[in-house]
Design a protein around this ligand. Structure first.
Ligand SMILES: [Zn+2]
Ligand SMILES: [Zn+2]
Length: 228
């Protein structure tokens, strides 16, 4: 029997981190930062749904002809309806990628809920609505189990795609701000923090740090300056 190498990449295609020892020990296939991001996205969906619902509402009232308002046309109204549309609970995966338009939120989330329920023999949420599906997938027991599955990277990438579609319609993307501190790993001033995210990203070397790690990095940097 051969021993697997101790460096193993995170299974998410948009992530370039190698799994750390404690992540490998926990049999994770995606890294903890990706897991944390997935948690943030799933908990952001209920907020985005409020905005999407509002966009759909304004479209219906707009049909009555409010000529007095000079508001520009809402972006992507078809996308809103597609995103909020119903999805067949059974025909879920678009493996050929030939689906046109945005896949409904219920369709994307529902497919992953179904996979989790089938493999784990859990009962899914009582009501298959977008919000309940998102919050169900975002529960820690579900996420922690998900992180150890061979398809966790695919799920992370697919929900990232869903979030990008939602952000494109609502224009409410989590805000990113520069962090005025050099990256502890590559020393460049390229750290960025994002709303709702537990991790701070380096846009140069793609390392991710918790606030605690960054605070420690700052302390070490100051100590090295004192020594020099
Ligand atoms: Zn990752
Ligand atoms: Zn860096």
């Amino acid at each position: 029997m051969t021993t697997a190498p101790r460096t193993w990449p995170c299974a998410a295609t948009t992530c370039h981190r190698d799994l750390r020892d404690h992540e490998l020990d926990a049999r994770q296939t995606i890294c903890s930062p990706c897991l944390s991001t997935l948690h943030s996205w799933l908990h952001e969906i209920p907020l985005q749904l409020i905005v999407l619902g509002g966009s759909r509402q304004r479209e219906t009232t707009g049909a009555a002809g409010r000529a007095g308002t000079r508001t520009p046309p809402l972006p992507g109204r078809d996308d809103v309806l597609n995103l909020l549309g119903p999805a067949a609970w059974t025909s879920v995966r678009d493996t050929d990628g030939d689906q046109t338009g945005a896949v409904p939120i219920v369709g994307v989330l529902g497919s992953w809920v179904r996979i989790v329920c089938e493999e784990r023999r859990w009962n899914g949420p009582a009501a298959p609505a977008a919000e309940t599906l998102a919050l169900w997938l975002g529960r820690p027991p579900v996420l922690n189990w998900t992180a150890r599955q061979p398809w966790a990277g695919e799920m992370r990438d697919e929900i990232h795609g869903l979030m990008r579609t939602i952000w494109g319609v609502t224009r409410l993307r989590p805000q990113r701000r520069p962090v005025p501190q050099p990256c502890p790993r590559c020393d460049s001033l390229a750290l960025v923090e994002t709303d709702h995210e537990a991790y701070i990203d380096c846009t140069t070397c793609e390392a991710r740090f918790t606030r605690g790690e960054l605070a420690l990095g700052a302390v070490i940097a100051v100590a090295q300056l004192d020594v020099a």
